[in-house]
Design a protein around this ligand. Structure first.
Ligand code: HEC
Ligand code: HEC
Length: 347
């Protein structure tokens, strides 16, 4: 009898403890779910610092990024058109390529480009590694060939040694060149934007006007296309949903890749992170200011004419998307050897 009471008591205590434990677990789960859903509560997600890149590849990729010897002229590097001192862009309507050629399209920022679902305005490269082979061989950009790029690097003893150390192979190929460039680019993310601090719970990180701007951005429908961690970069959308976009630029958008007329003027939605730094705007670089591009977006994409105050608010919000810019120590590039093919700047 006594024994049974004890057992019952133990059972009761046990189940009480279990219930209490269960309650605590349930509470933890709820907190966890809230935590998990918080990013989705707002459709924009904070940028986190880059992790997991191979440090050797990143250092080598940084050298290649700044090395003009990968171009026919010996003058143009990746940084010429994606200047990391200026938001990863060139701030020109369209880029200047080999022999001062007028480029066909605006240079997108490379900041946070690792967050894009595909690369280029029309998505014709799947990822950064595939993308990085493009500009070297593009006659309108660096105007070189992959073979010549390899030949140049092979002729520079310090590069040869560094490639061997990083990739463990005797031969340099375009594969290692693009891999190193991609690893470096993956580090070019910009965390700690004031808006991200606000997303993470710091109510004072943005002011009233910026918050008002965000709410207008969200409630009027901008966020339908500009969302996720890059505030864009995750879908193709038509430029000119409600009203057609008038431009002299000949880019066909995704139609240039698929050949389908329905894809005409469909572009990868650009990221709005650091957009304050990446003027002028749109694929043709035709909008000089953020106010102008917000006005155009409102009318053409949403059929909505914003007031001047609304535009000012949205612009104020967009400026809270500027994050910590990559802090780089300029790499010292290894010197050419006597065997290194010389540049042909005016060819
Ligand atoms: C002459 C100017 C120029 C040079 C040099 C150049 N780029 Fe670009 N880059 C552009 C332009 C213009 C585009 C957009 C082209 C398009 O979408 O059709 C672009 C697109 C990109 C993109 C895609 C970004 C996005 O959001 O889609 C990445 C990444 C990139 N370049 C990296 C590089 C790397 C790496 C190098 C050096 C190997 C390089 N670029 C050299 C002008 C240049
Ligand atoms: C239907 C999808 C869609 C909606 C809605 C939309 N955008 Fe865009 N946005 C795009 C596309 C696509 C581009 C690129 C257009 C181009 O370059 O031709 C773009 C470009 C931009 C740019 C220029 C970025 C750059 O680097 O060139 C800004 C700024 C911008 N949008 C802000 C907004 C704002 C503010 C709103 C709401 C008023 C908005 N967008 C609504 C799809 C959209």
């Amino acid at each position: 009898m006594v024994k049974m009471k004890k057992t019952m008591l133990a059972c009761m205590l046990g189940s009480l403890a279990y219930m209490a434990g269960g309650y605590a677990v349930a509470q933890d789960k709820a907190a966890e779910a809230t935590e998990r859903y918080k990013p989705n509560h707002e459709l924009i997600v904070a940028v986190e610092p880059a992790v997991g890149q191979d440090p050797g590849q990143v250092e080598l990729g940084k050298k290649l990024w700044f090395d003009p010897r990968l171009s026919r002229s010996g003058f143009i590097s990746c940084n010429s058109c994606h200047n990391l001192s200026m938001g990863g862009s060139d701030n020109l309507p369209t880029s200047i390529g080999h022999n001062w050629q007028e480029g066909p399209i605006n240079s997108p920022t490379v900041l946070n480009s690792s967050l894009n679902f595909v690369q280029f305005w029309d998505g014709r490269a799947a990822d950064l590694k595939e993308q990085a082979g493009g500009p070297i061989a593009n006659p309108m950009e660096m105007a070189f060939t992959h073979d010549l790029a390899v030949e140049i690097l092979e002729s520079i003893p310090a590069y040869k040694e560094e490639f061997k150390k990083v990739f463990g192979k005797d031969e340099i190929t375009i594969d290692e060149i693009t891999q190193a460039l991609a690893s470096f680019e993956e580090t070019l993310v910009t965390p700690n934007a004031r808006f991200d601090l606000w997303l993470k719970g710091d109510d004072n990180a943005i002011n009233d006007q910026e918050l008002r701007g965000y709410l207008t951005f969200k409630n009027s429908g901008c966020v339908a296309c500009h969302n996720g961690v890059a505030v864009g970069g995750n879908t193709f959308q038509k430029m000119g949903v409600i009203e057609p976009y008038v431009t002299d630029n000949e880019s066909a958008g995704v139609a240039g890749v698929t050949g389908n007329d329905i894809d005409r003027m469909r572009f990868k939605v650009p990221t709005l992170r650091n957009v304050e730094l990446t003027y002028p705007y749109f694929h043709d670089g035709a909008a000089n200011t953020l106010a102008e591009s917000v006005d155009i977006m409102g009318r053409l994409q949403l059929g909505r004419k914003f007031t001047e105050n609304e535009i000012e608010d949205i612009v104020a919000f967009l400026k809270t998307l500027t994050g910590d810019q990559p802090q780089l120590v300029m790499p010292i590039l290894p010197p050419s050897s006597d065997l290194t093919p010389r540049a042909k700047p005016f060819d």
